[in-house]
Design a binder for this molecule. Structure first.
Ligand SMILES: Nc1ncnc2c1ncn2[C@@H]1O[C@H](COP(=O)(O)OP(=O)(O)OP(=O)(O)O)[C@@H](O)[C@H]1O
Length: 337
């Protein structure tokens, strides 16, 4: 059974189709990323999957339960960590977890067993009895994640888990997320607009744009679909012999003469630089420079959508500024429903 199976899921707000007929599946135990610029529809999708928002049409199952007909079972089987802080700063880490566990109806004995387990998982065992207001930003985020794990959900949703954290703390947080996925086998769904986060953390990534999924695959395959890494050799003398030798190599996908020398496309370019230097040497070409470029998920997004993520975010920000009032009204109507 898939952890999540989505079929034709759609959400329309008045004038906007925020999620447009999505179909995809998340396997059990994987870290799955929803990657896209602000406004792509990630939060709307997650809110439907966790049953906080009704869909306009389509279906989805989370842990086998239907999001329209079995909302209670869906909620019991998942954990969610929102972007906004949900822990009480005046309580200690352990007290926050105890409070959450009581809300989920866990008995005292269960709570006493689960709290230290969770604190250990998120690396806060030593700070369990300190007030949360003394925690750093990264520690608070880890406590939020721990809170989402208290009732042992099969699927954990993390909405933009490292937004607002500095670079070092973001990397540390990725490490904790990976470890808890390995240690507790929980399926993790992350929304992010950070390319490096999706690349580093996720086994598979769905790239979202304008409410649609434009590609789903592992970061490696997505990047590989662009044709491979490009190593550019700057040459002091143009060498026909080198081009002939490159033609003979089965691992060379393509080579093009450039102003400075030759650009060679291949998989795993970093392991081929030594081969290229040897070939140039054998062909009597002298190398002036070597440059290795690996495609990023940003390049993948650009090739699939024709814009960079930042260009998309800038245009969404402009649009939101223009019709800010309408959005607020629509949101209020939605909440009131
Ligand atoms: N309550 C609402 N009423 C009207 N339009 C909405 C509402 N919620 C979202 N939208 C619109 O739906 C689209 C998708 O928004 P959504 O928040 O799901 O995107 P996102 O990828 O999660 O981006 P962000 O990270 O900025 O939340 C956007 O065009 C947004 O303006």
């Amino acid at each position: 059974m898939d952890a999540i199976r989505v079929e034709g899921l759609t959400k329309e707000f008045d004038a906007v189709t925020a999620v447009d007929g999505l179909s995809f599946a998340v396997e059990q135990g994987e870290i799955f990323g929803l990657l896209g610029p602000n406004g792509a529809g990630k939060s709307t999708l997650i809110n439907m999957l966790v049953t906080l928002l009704d869909s306009t049409s389509g279906t989805a199952r989370v842990n086998g339960y239907d999001i329209n007909d079995e909302t209670g079972d869906v909620r019991d089987s998942l954990g969610i960590v929102f972007q906004e802080p949900a822990v009480d700063e005046e309580l200690t880490g352990a007290e926050n977890l105890a409070f959450h566990a009581r809300m989920y109806g866990k008995r005292k004995a269960e709570r006493e067993q689960r709290i230290p387990e969770v604190l250990e998982l998120v690396g806060l065992a030593d700070e369990a009895d300190q007030p949360v207001e003394s925690y750093s930003g990264g520690m608070q985020r880890r406590l939020e994640i721990g809170r989402g794990l208290m009732h042992e959900p099969a699927v954990l949703f993390l909405d933009e888990p490292t937004t607002g954290l500095d670079a070092r703390t973001r990397r540390d947080t990725w490490g904790y997320i990976q470890r808890l996925n390995e240690q507790s086998d929980v399926t993790i769904v992350i929304t992010t607009h950070y390319m490096d986060e999706a690349d580093f953390l996720c086994e598979r990534v769905a790239i979202m744009d304008h409410g649609e999924i434009v590609a789903v695959d592992s970061p490696e395959s997505l990047k590989d679909s662009l044709g491979g890494d490009v190593v550019t050799l700057g040459l002091e003398n143009s060498s026909r012999e080198l081009f002939a030798r490159l033609d003979e190599q089965p691992w060379v996908r393509e080579h093009t003469e450039t102003e400075e020398g030759v650009a060679v496309t291949m998989a795993h370019g970093d392991t081929r630089v030594a081969d290229l230097v040897r070939l140039a040497d054998e062909a009597g070409a002298s190398i002036a420079s070597v440059d290795l470029r690996k495609p990023t998920l940003e390049n993948v997004f650009l090739s699939l959508t024709g814009s960079t993520i930042s260009e998309r975010e800038a245009s969404v920000a402009d649009r939101r500024e223009e019709d800010g009032e309408d959005r607020t009204t629509a949101e209020a109507a939605e909440v009131a429903e």
